[in-house]
Design a protein around this ligand. Sequence first.
Ligand code: KG4
Ligand code: ZN
Length: 346
Amino acid sequence: MRILAIETSCDETAAAVVERMTNTPETRSNVRVLSSVVASQADLHARTAGVVPEIAARAHVEAITFVIDDAVREAGGKRGHVPGDIDAIAATTEPGLRPALVIGETAARALAVAWGKPFIPVNHLAGHIAAAWLVSDAQSAVSHRFPAIVLVVSGGHTQLWRLDRRPAKASAEAGEGFQLRLLGQTRDDAAGEAFDKIARLLGLPYPGGAALARLAERGDACEVALPRPMIDSKDFYFSFSGLKTAVFYLVRGRKLSEQERADIAASAQEAIVDVLVAKTVDAAAREGAAEAILTGGVAANARLRSRLRDALGALPLVVPHPQYCTDNAAMIGAAAVLKLEIPMPS
Ligand code: KG4
Ligand code: ZN
């Protein structure tokens, strides 16, 4: 099964062609990336220090046809004839910025009608989770273990999920039968939002997460005491807005030296990482997890990756390649291939 996928939920215009790998039972559920094109609007939104939905939507309109064309051409070069080879068109339909989402969905639905292919709606968070199944070739195929604990950390979400696999269905194409259960999530800001807002307080341009991580490399995380909100709450809920407020009062009215800025960046990063790691390790223990998955834009953070890997000990940790942690369309294609769906809130 080969899918053209489109993602426009926030500030990346993305298209990709992916296909289910069918060679062995172990790798059957892996999804091979034939092309993945991402046009970022980060520079555009740096001017307003955040995403203005209408401006994002306009930029998606301008980029979308070129991005789809590039993804289709690149995949066609690697394999067969596209679009004749494409079985379905998928697009992110929720959650995200409404005016931005409709651009990708409309483009996908129009292509589905024009090419006579089915349209598959995909939840953006299912996409982030399905990114753990993406591979570039048969050699890099991964065999997942269940139950898995999934930490999704992005600009809009911080969630802990339990992922189970239902008994295999008769037909290989009948869906993988995954089942997701939400264990907890943030009560206010997402982890990525905390990174971005603290980065802004330190004068870094939008989106500040990666820049804050770079600044933190030169800082000492022990220099500044910052809170670890809800770290002892004994549940899987998070809160990051208090941390942002603590940094606000710390920097307010002060002229910081370069070293002080780096120390605050390192301390803030450590505080966020401490909470994420502690809750994920607890969730893995409570649920008897056989594997942990770390995904979403903040999973590109090297400190979080290495701290979580250490803390989990012998438990395997699967982290998608950084290019598939931040928003992309290959992950949306993977969720469509795997039929991974987010359950309705009960
Ligand atoms: O998943 P994503 O691309 O978009 C959303 O679905 O929100 O995540 C974007 C978030 C932003 O908050 C960005 O600052 C953060 O991921 N991010 C990072 C890093 N790279 C991206 N945060 C910390 N360290 C990074 N290296
Ligand atoms: Zn995302």
